[in-house]
Design a protein around this ligand. Structure first.
Ligand code: NDP
Length: 392
């Protein structure tokens, strides 16, 4: 029985709140706080039992610390934006509360994706006897746990890892992103980095692609190699990895729109003077695009996200593919959101459950693969994200 504070009332925040509300025996009281309180109230009206809501600017450490001290949660689930990670971690330390997020910190002014800023909090969380669990979404998150599960049960050594994120869904818009547009576009337009023989190699964004056929008739899609944050923690945790890559599917239409937006400067993250105001083009673009939290009713099709892993077992080469398939409309029927928010929000709830119930414990800052994958894998199936392993 415990109190949990969820910060962020977007697509992912809505799913986490629904899923936590479904488990009153674990999450006895829920406070949903975000920048715009009306969005928290709309989610509160849709969930299965009464929850509290509040307005909070999570960039303001003092304001957030005061809220934590007065409401006294056991855990903060941060599903606001990556820009808020450090201020929320600071407030958690000040108030003595454990922390969980789904995306690594990014400084607003530069699109840099790395864990160094958050790993630097390890000693402080350890000294305080608190846990910070980083990246408890799907990728990062479940993909880290899939890798840990594969290493534990199927391999003596893992040598190659390909994380493959396919969204076979369609929302019918010419251009929209499935999670926060600003964060999504920063990620997709960043140079690619992949791990090869002990170092990260940088290549131009979207310069490498191939076809990938998903199981269970989800279809064949073009996937593009890009950098994704879980590569950084996984290659550290599994030094036997010789190559680690991340791939994501994009439609021709999405990439064409993105290219034009880039060429005309609409994806810039630096301020531009416009009629006496400073505007940041990517933030203006975000205001024009469909909201990811409102795509649910019109998105059909399935996601298929998994890890293709090669290695050695008992002296013999072995390859497995471990994956989840999630249906956009099934997710919408259950919690009113499309599958990208669903596949992120469910693991955030499960990570919170692991910490609150003490299944995963340890003071300090941790990535998902550092804990025993088995109870998390069991919970995935039980709470809406069943998985499968193919021995190839
Ligand atoms: P949204 O943009 O839909 O929601 C973000 C929410 O955070 C909004 O409610 C927003 O408020 C709120 N917010 C922003 N700034 C502040 C602030 N300073 N103080 C308080 N609240 C704030 O994003 P998503 O729900 O799509 O994504 C949420 C997080 O999940 C992101 O960090 C994203 O990177 C991560 N993610 C992780 C994935 C994974 O698999 N690991 C996959 C997809 C997403 P307002 O509405 O007022 O703007």
């Amino acid at each position: 029985m415990s109190r949990v504070l969820i910060i962020g009332a977007g697509g992912v925040g809505s799913v986490v709140t629904h899923k936590c509300a479904q488990l009153p025996e674990t999450f006895s009281s829920i406070l949903l706080a975000s920048r715009t309180k009306s969005k928290c109230d709309a989610i509160a009206a849709a969930v299965s039992r009464p929850i509290e809501t509040a307005q909070i600017d999570a960039d303001d450490v003092a304001e957030l610390t005061a809220l934590l001290n007065s409401w006294k949660p056991e855990l903060v689930i941060n599903v606001a934006l990556p820009y808020q990670d450090l201020s929320i971690m600071d407030a958690c330390l000040a108030a003595g509360i454990s922390y969980l997020d789904t995306a690594n910190y990014e400084p607003p002014e530069v699109a840099r994706f790395e864990y160094s800023w958050q790993w630097a909090y390890h000693e402080r969380f350890k000294q305080a006897g608190l846990t910070a669990l980083l990246g408890s979404g799907f990728d990062p998150g479940v993909t880290n746990v899939f890798t840990a599960y594969a290493q534990k049960h199927f391999f003596d050594e893992i040598h190659e890892l390909d994380i493959i994120d396919v969204n076979g869904g369609s929302h019918g818009y010419a251009f929209a992103t499935n999670f926060n547009p600003e964060i999504n576009i920063r990620e997709v337009t960043a140079p690619c980095r992949h791990w090869e023989e002990g170092t990260f190699i940088e290549t131009p964004a979207m310069s490498m692609s191939k076809e990938f056929s998903c199981p269970e008739e989800v279809g064949t899609y073009t996937i593009y190699r890009m950098y994704h944050e879980e590569l950084e923690s996984l290659v550290r945790q599994y030094p036997t990895l010789r190559r680690a890559q991340f791939w994501m599917s994009f439609s021709e239409q999405y990439l064409t729109h993105l290219e034009v937006l880039q060429h005309v400067g609409m994806t810039r993250i630096d301020p531009v003077e416009y009629e006496g105001h400073q505007i940041i083009p990517i933030q203006f673009l975000k205001a024009l695009l469909p909201k990811p939290s409102e795509l649910g009713s019109r998105t059909t099709g399935k996601t298929c996200i998994g890890c293709l892993i090669k290695g050695i077992k008992d002296g013999r080469e072995k390859t497995i593919y471990i994956y989840n398939i999630c249906d956009h409309q099934e997710a919408y029927k259950e919690v009113g959101s499309q599958a990208i928010s669903y596949t992120t929000g469910v693991p955030a709830m499960i990570g919170a459950k692991m910490l609150i119930e003490g299944t995963w414990r340890g003071p300090g800052v941790y990535n998902m693969e550092q804990f025993d994958p088995d109870p998390f894998m069991e919970a995935l199936g039980a709470y809406g994200l069943p998985w499968n392993v193919m021995d190839l």
